[in-house]
Design a protein around this ligand. Structure first.
Ligand SMILES: [Zn+2]
Length: 346
């Protein structure tokens, strides 16, 4: 009887599951900072306003959010389940400490970011003792009274059904290009946040690789995109021409092996050209093997908004009103892409 029950339970498990396990990028370990860090589950839950308890299995701990979200950790294992999607921690496992768990720092950061909560920031790097602060993830350009967790309510339906991952290039320690006091990472973030709002307001689900001035690695970005189930991926950048202040214009790169990527790049370029007087440098095969185009599994484009090394163009790129217009242009391209994608796949 008991064997029968187990069999049924197991087949139900496999029938429902066959879930793909994605990888949580491991935390960086550098010469200055050699030790993988940990943080307690109790601290994570306190900061997120969540609760936790042991179970459902003997080796599990479950953290529960106020909206019904659930994270299941397994002691000694490198697999974390977030709302039934499994994630693998590449290097470190979750350890039991009394009635609490020690979570690898990268697991904590991944989970907190997943729910748009906060990012763990280390204070100092004293050997043996590490203090953390919980820095909230708040979009730079959004008004501070808005809850960053709440997507913008849809007011139209052009992008209904679409899940898009928006990747503001660079961030944190990585400024990207810089010229005439304008930094690529800031322009990429501002335009991306505006684009996010436009997408959400037209019915899309949006996953951001960052919403503040932080630096996810390229592998972080790829893992997030591949794990989130998005249909489209757009990485937003601005250009630098090393030896010329004359070069200007916009361009889009796609993986040369991806016909969908080419179509998405062309749709973005066409829409952007309709909004911009800058030179149209076109949709191009990526000649460099860019990680976010090579390793992402969905239709992906890296878009270069313009050249910071051209002073006039850099100035335009850094103006809020023009950033809004650029975001709108990208949104137009996404609408065309989504209507074509939907007509092919449905
Ligand atoms: Zn860039």
């Amino acid at each position: 009887m008991r064997g029968m029950f187990l069999l049924i339970a197991m087949s139900a498990l496999f029938g429902a599951g066959c879930s793909v396990i994605s990888v949580i990028p491991p935390q960086a370990v550098t010469a200055d900072d050699p030790e993988p860090r940990t943080i307690k589950l109790s601290e994570m839950c306190a900061a997120m306003g969540w609760s936790y308890e042991s179970g459902p299995g003997a080796y599990n701990y479950t953290a529960s959010g106020p909206k019904g979200d659930r994270i299941v950790f397994t002691i000694g294992k490198d697999i974390v389940s977030i709302n039934s999607t499994k994630w693998r921690q590449e290097r470190d496992t979750v350890e039991l400490r009394g009635r609490d768990l020690l979570l690898p720092e990268s697991t904590h950061n991944f989970v907190a970011k997943h729910f748009g909560m906060h990012h763990l920031v280390r204070n100092g790097s004293k050997a043996g003792s590490v203090d953390y602060t919980m820095d909230p993830i708040v979009p730079d350009t959004a008004s501070k009274t808005e809850n960053p967790q709440t997507p913008k309510a849809a007011i139209s339906s052009e992008l209904r059904g679409l899940h898009i991952c928006i990747d503001p290039g660079h961030g944190g320690k990585d400024m990207g290009g810089e010229a005439f006091g304008v930094q690529e990472k800031t322009i990429a973030l501002n335009v991306s946040l505006m684009l996010r709002d436009l997408c959400e307001q037209s019915g899309a689900k949006v996953t951001m690789t960052r919403t503040t001035d932080v630096y996810p690695t390229l592998d972080d970005r790829v893992a997030l995109a591949n794990g989130c189930g998005c249909h489209l991926f757009i990485s937003v950048h601005a250009n630098i021409a090393p030896n010329s202040d004359q070069v200007s214009g916009f361009e889009a790169f796609y993986n040369g092996n991806s016909a969908e990527g080419q179509r998405f790049a062309r749709n973005l370029i066409a829409a952007y050209a309709a909004h911009s007087n800058a030179p149209n440098r076109g949709a191009k095969k990526d000649p460099r093997g860019l990680r976010v185009l090579e390793k992402t599994k969905m239709t992906a484009v890296l878009f270069e908004l313009g050249f910071l090394s051209n002073e006039a163009e850099g100035k335009r790129l850094s103006q809020k009103s023009n950033q809004q217009a650029m975001a709108k242009a990208l949104w137009d391209g996404i609408v065309v892409e989504w209507s074509k994608k939907a007509s092919v796949s449905r």
